[in-house]
Design a protein around this ligand. Structure first.
Ligand code: T4K
Length: 368
């Protein structure tokens, strides 16, 4: 095996399919601003994800940033969130002039719902949990807390595309949920994202936020940015959506093989799926018994041209740009897990022999 294996590889539709889809754009010259493909993809995703409303955006980060912005929280309000995530989640809160209050995680890497209440103050306005690696948060308990204290819940569901939990599309939980359709995700529109919401009113607000508040040539109803998904992105989404079942099946098979090879091995814990969910097999994280073992495996894989990733190290509260800037709370478990976790390569084109090789290289280190 001499080719490099990266942590993931973008899924792409057959080239001809995409070319056929984008050809008419040379006729219409309509490339963006809620064109035909944008509208079609919104319709198809609404159905596929089982959500009430969906608004497409230029990327997953802007989806989250606009979802939070649409709630119009007073400047300086506090938002309880997890530090065990991609930096985007925390940036989206801070870029809205809000203050992140970091809550620790539990064994499934998601926010520890039992630690949320103690962090609530009179300035708390919302909870921004993350279905990290596609592991659903304890949505019922989080909703109970939100009702009790009058808080909004915005889920960062960047990793959870297409999942269901307790028979409902994952995007239906909370006041809003946001997805990422980045090139590295289970479903991609090259770059892209979406906000799922419940009412037409919320949808219209998000529309204004992503399109300068422009409603017609002469009517600008509110202040907004430009965060629209363009037609080339939407066309990629329409093509990739046709192949989503095949994508998920291949990922499922890859995960099954990893599990067969690595289950019961000393010094690692494999991420488990909850019973009442349909997973999307977005990531394959392994939790090692100590940082040293994790690093030895990371290096051994790298020496063989295999690039696993330490998602999510460092935790966002320790990011150099705002270390010690926000309330220091106990996020020891998140910090500890971040030092011991390794995400293995996983994508639909990953071959069986590659999974076997990766697993064997891990075992080689652990059995030393
Ligand atoms: N919230 C959460 C919880 C998130 O995880 C993310 C994004 C967001 C919000 C924000 O959503 P977006 O605004 O990104 O839509 C990657 C992705 O760029 C990022 O989308 C993702 N999370 C994060 C977890 O991973 P990097 O810095 O690791 O990407 P990079 O360039 O190192 O790529 C990783 C691997 O993916 C490469 O080794 C090869 C493969 N790859 C990459 C690209 C760019 C491809 O196969 N094709 C490509 O085009 O952040």
């Amino acid at each position: 095996m001499d080719k490099r294996i990266l942590v993931t590889r973008s899924s792409m539709p057959p080239m001809e399919e995409y070319f056929e889809m984008i050809k008419p754009l040379w006729e219409s010259h309509w490339l963006t601003n809620m064109g035909k493909y944008h509208r079609q993809l919104e319709g198809k995703l609404k159905e596929y994800l089982g959500v009430n409303q969906i608004s497409l955006t230029v990327n997953g980060h802007m989806a989250l940033e606009l979802a939070i912005q649409s709630m119009r929280f007073p400047k300086g309000s506090e938002v309880i969130t997890t530090p065990y995530t991609f930096i985007s989640t925390t940036h989206a809160i801070i870029r809205n002039d809000l203050v992140p209050v970091f809550c620790d995680i539990k064994d499934d890497f998601t926010i520890d719902e039992n630690k949320i209440e103690e962090l609530i103050t009179e300035n708390t306005v919302a909870i921004v949990p993350v279905h990290v690696y596609g592991n659903p948060c304890n949505v019922d308990r989080i909703q109970e807390i939100a009702y009790k204290y009058g808080l909004k819940v915005i889920y960062d569901a960047a990793h959870a595309f297409g999942e269901t939990y307790n028979g409902r599309g994952i995007g239906t939980y909370g006041d809003m949920s946001t997805f990422s359709f980045h090139a590295t995700k289970v479903f991609n529109t090259i770059e892209g994202g979406a906000v799922c919401c419940n009412t037409k009113d919320e949808y219209e607000q998000l529309y204004n936020l992503k399109n300068f508040g422009i409603r017609s040539e002469e009517l600008i109803v509110s202040i907004g940015a430009n965060a629209k998904m363009n037609e080339f992105q939407a066309a990629m989404g329409l093509c990739n959506l046709k192949h989503i079942d095949e994508e998920l099946t291949k990922r499922k098979d890859a995960v099954k093989l990893y599990r067969e090879k690595l289950s019961g091995v000393k010094n690692i814990i494999i991420n488990m799926y909850k019973e009442n969910m349909t997973p999307n097999y977005a990531y394959f994280p392994l939790l090692f018994s100590c940082e040293k073992k994790r690093d030895l495996v990371y290096e051994n894989l790298m020496e063989h041209g295999i690039f696993s990733r330490k998602y999510f190290y460092p935790i966002t509260s320790d990011a150099a740009c705002f270390k010690n800037k926000y309330k220091s709370v106990n996020v020891n478990k998140a910090r500890d897990f971040a030092k011991r976790v390794l995400v293995l390569p996983l994508y639909s084109g990953l071959e069986e022999e590659e999974i076997v090789k990766i697993s064997d290289l891990i075992l080689e280190v652990l059995e030393k």
